[in-house]
Design a protein around this ligand. Structure first.
Ligand code: HEC
Length: 92
């Protein structure tokens, strides 16, 4: 193989890989919201509160966070109905 043909192979191969990457990225971005319909705007807003007030500094969720305070994974399912709302309004 000559130097010129090796260079051409490299350039064409790189362009094909780059084009495939672009196509796959566009495909992924267009199906992202459809893959997880349970991630609503309300869930997204809750995640922002979680980060803004550093809840993870004391609590764990899905195994991530600190072990200072109770684990909050699926807390809404584990606690009686209305408990969390009452606790968060009057946490005493
Ligand atoms: C400085 C540490 C700290 C931070 C930050 C913190 N918490 Fe807590 N949280 C605690 C502790 C300690 C308890 C346990 C209190 C108790 O049992 O009386 C608790 C309890 C709770 C409970 C009740 C859990 C249960 O099983 O009874 C909820 C819900 C909760 N926190 C939510 C949050 C949310 C949401 C945030 C962020 C906005 C947050 N916490 C930030 C320390 C913290």
């Amino acid at each position: 193989m000559t130097t010129k043909s090796a260079r051409n192979l490299f350039v064409v191969g790189s362009l094909i890989c780059f084009a495939a990457l672009i196509v796959l990225t566009i495909d992924t971005m267009s199906t992202l919201d459809k893959r997880a319909p349970e991630i609503t705007e309300k869930v997204d807003a809750g995640k922002k509160v979680w980060h803004k007030y550093d809840c993870i500094g004391c609590h764990t969720i899905f195994g991530n966070g600190s072990y200072f305070a109770p684990d909050l994974t699926k807390a809404t399912e584990r606690k009686p109905k209305g408990y969390l709302k009452k606790f968060l309004w009057t946490p005493v």
